[in-house]
Design a binder for this molecule. Structure first.
Ligand SMILES: CC(C)(COP(=O)(O)OP(=O)(O)OC[C@H]1O[C@@H](n2cnc3c(N)ncnc32)[C@H](O)[C@@H]1OP(=O)(O)O)[C@@H](O)C(=O)NCCC(=O)NCCS
Length: 417
């Protein structure tokens, strides 16, 4: 309890020092109710940029933190620098005292003063970040496919020049990186994976396995080189009657072309002794949905994927490309970043966009969250109108903005940061 004699120490928000790392690991483990091995914390540290961290301190004691990651992400129109927000944690003894709120506000202010115009994150719980102006920007599906009866439809592409090769993931790293680099441009949300991220993707100690097999890799290739790869782990098992009951858990599956992609799926669905393929974290328009002869066997479930925050309306809106012409006045509500609040004229076509302050009457009233949610091209704005979240005063304005902001391939982050 707070008393005059023993007041609660003041909490100060400031960047963390390298030397605070052991404290950060402790706060993170407490907050995320987990224990990390030294190898895992080393991999995590390699991804962090200390000058982009923020700590909440009581004296020298760290009680909360967040980190900004300099990511290059495919946006509608091409790759751009964005800020990935990660490692958000508050010590359980200090929760619900407004520490996260102060960290979030300070981080957004510093991005406003000289950072990227768009921030994105993966949320541990979907109810946290809306209050800070983040919108649910991407979806992911998970599939639980019983392999019995799961086959690709007759129209699924095939290429007789393709063959499969089983390989140790670490030995194929260069080839996997090349495939991913080529695929990245094809989907908004995918972000460049530097060496430290690849180290984490290919990590294969007991902690990374979580009771499953070592990481397995199969590549699809022809005489010209590798055209796709799949990474997965398995969990052996049999039923009470000694029938095969092993599960294959997919991580990456990327193909440079439809035939390579289909062959890799054929392979995971066809492997001996595998009763189920569990494919978590798949894009919401995963082509497998159009390839499986019986799509109901996907047993699909839905989850939120990335959340996006427009830091500065005037910088963010021209930062991406548009699918069709639009000229609208947006009246934006933003209580966390008041510099965004008010009316903006967005004029865009397929060759570029401008976004300026205006006194003209508003066509659409909307909270900043909706701009974040629609930013990567994966939302239809009519749904927000139907939900009563946004309103138009000029008929057709929402439809025009929705069409302009939509993008043909649905966005997806592919890997939690
Ligand atoms: C989630 C977490 C960072 C919140 O930190 P905090 O300092 O307690 O948050 P604040 O006190 O600033 O809360 C701000 C608001 O968010 C709400 N909030 C905080 N955590 C929430 C949660 N998990 N679910 C729903 N609302 C939440 C608070 O109730 C408060 O609402 P109010 O403004 O209406 O009063 C902290 O509880 C934590 O570290 N949790 C475990 C790790 C984790 O989930 N990190 C996030 C990773 S993405």
């Amino acid at each position: 309890m707070n008393t005059e004699a023993n007041p609660r120490p003041e909490t100060v928000i400031r960047p963390m020092e390298d030397s605070d790392w052991p404290q950060w690991v402790e706060v993170d483990q407490e907050a995320f109710v987990d224990d990390y091995s030294p190898a895992r914390t080393d991999r995590f540290k390699a991804i962090l940029e200390f000058d982009r961290t923020l700590g909440a301190y009581e004296g020298d004691r760290l009680v909360g933190a967040t980190a900004g990651l300099s990511l290059t992400m495919t946006l509608p129109g091409g790759p751009r620098p964005v800020c990935g927000v990660s490692a958000v944690c508050v010590l359980p003894s200090h929760r619900r005292r407004g520490i996260l709120s102060r960290l979030m506000r300070t981080q957004l202010e510093s991005l406003h003063e000289g950072g990227e115009p768009l921030a994105l994150l993966y949320a541990s719980e979907g109810a946290i970040y809306g209050r800070f102006g983040y919108g649910r920007a991407t979806d992911s599906l998970f599939f639980r496919i019983p392999t019995r009866g799961a086959r690709l439809a007759d129209h699924a592409p095939s290429d007789p020049s393709l063959r499969l090769r089983v390989v140790r993931p670490a030995a194929a790293r260069d080839e996997l990186e090349k495939v991913f680099e080529s695929v990245m441009a094809s989907r908004p949300g995918l972000y460049a994976r530097g060496p430290a991220v690849w180290d984490a993707v290919l990590a294969d100690d007991e902690e990374a396995r979580r009771g499953r097999s070592s990481l397995r890799c199969v590549v699809a290739e022809d005489d010209g080189g590798v055209r796709g790869y799949v990474l997965f782990r398995t969990k052996a098992g049999v039923t009470d009657h000694d029938l095969p009951d092993a599960e294959l858990r997919l991580s990456d599956l990327f193909g440079l072309d439809p035939a390579a992609y289909a062959l890799l799926w054929r392979h995971v669905l066809d492997r001996d002794l595998i009763a189920r393929v569990f494919a978590p974290n798949r894009p919401a328009d995963d082509p497998i949905m159009h390839l499986l002869a019986e799509p109901r066997l996907l047993n699909a479930g839905w989850l939120d994927d990335m959340w996006a925050r427009v830091v500065d309306v005037d910088r963010a809106m021209p930062y991406r490309a548009y699918s069709s012409p639009v000229d609208v006045v947006l009246d934006v509500t933003d209580t966390v970043c008041p510099w965004n609040a008010g009316r903006w004229r967005l004029s865009a076509d397929t060759s570029g966009a401008t976004c300026h302050r205006t006194n003209d009457p508003a066509d659409i009233e909307l909270p900043v969250n909706v701009l974040g949610a629609a930013y990567l091209g994966g939302r239809t704005l009519g749904a927000y109108e139907a939900a009563g979240v946004i309103r138009e005063s000029r008929p057709g304005a929402i439809r025009a903005l929705s069409a302009a902001m939509s993008w043909d391939t649905l966005p997806w982050g592919g890997l939690m940061f």
